[in-house]
Design a protein around this ligand. Sequence first.
Ligand code: NAI
Length: 249
Amino acid sequence: MKLLENKVAVVTGASRGIGEAIALKFAEQGANVAFTYLSSDEKAKALEAKLTALGVKAKAYKSNAAVYEETETLIADVLKEFGKIDICVNNAGISKDNLLLRLSPDQWDEVMDVNLKSVYNMTKQVIRPMMKAKTGSIINMSSVIGIMGNAGQSSYAASKAGIIGFTKSIAQELGSRNIRCNAVAPGFIETDMTSYLKDGEGASAYIQQIPLARFGTPEDIANVCLFLASDMSSYVTGQTISACGGLCM
Ligand code: NAI
């Protein structure tokens, strides 16, 4: 028995990295998947084909999660096409690292809009159909940096810490409607976002701080999301699960 049979999931920012791994994992477990991307039509089409080959319905939507009106249109289109939304993974995110002395207002705003406002935008859109259906699982991608902080990442850390507060509040607002809302806090995961860490001397210095002595893979994070999306986590809400090889404990 597949864990997400007949469920419909929306995943933002899924044309690569962690989002792509989540879309694939969910489809392997029987979910129909609507996913968003921003730039690469080619990558989006390729993922759509991979998901469809797993025997589920899948569709790519070009949609900027940071823009409220775009998420409004997106969710209306997904509901028309898929009929319902059981799971929403707010994965899209960016980092624009800079020491505060050099961090411009525009850089601050961009990170806040893409990382935090996007979570408000998407969650606001999906809760209505979830309330009607009296079921739903919302998963927000935070980061260990939102818990620990990091020099040079004040905007990123603030946005990811904001997600944790938002997650707890939504869990309290919507628990009685059987809608769960949790966050995942990955550590260092091997994707384009962290490619600059992988090589050279820097990499071993990072790995020394990680009890499991390796960077994580996108699949490590997708597995945690699968747990939170499925009924395996039916009594879990308002939590932030760190998946960081023990870096943050
Ligand atoms: P990535 O840079 O490889 O992928 C991010 C995806 O989000 C891309 O597909 C990109 O097109 C999309 N995206 C960016 N802005 C968007 C927007 N406004 N609307 C829609 N899509 C947008 O990054 P990665 O590593 O896969 O990260 C995914 C999430 O996990 C992010 O929220 C990130 O902050 C978080 N995370 C990643 C960690 C890592 O070590 N890679 C660690 C902790 C958290």
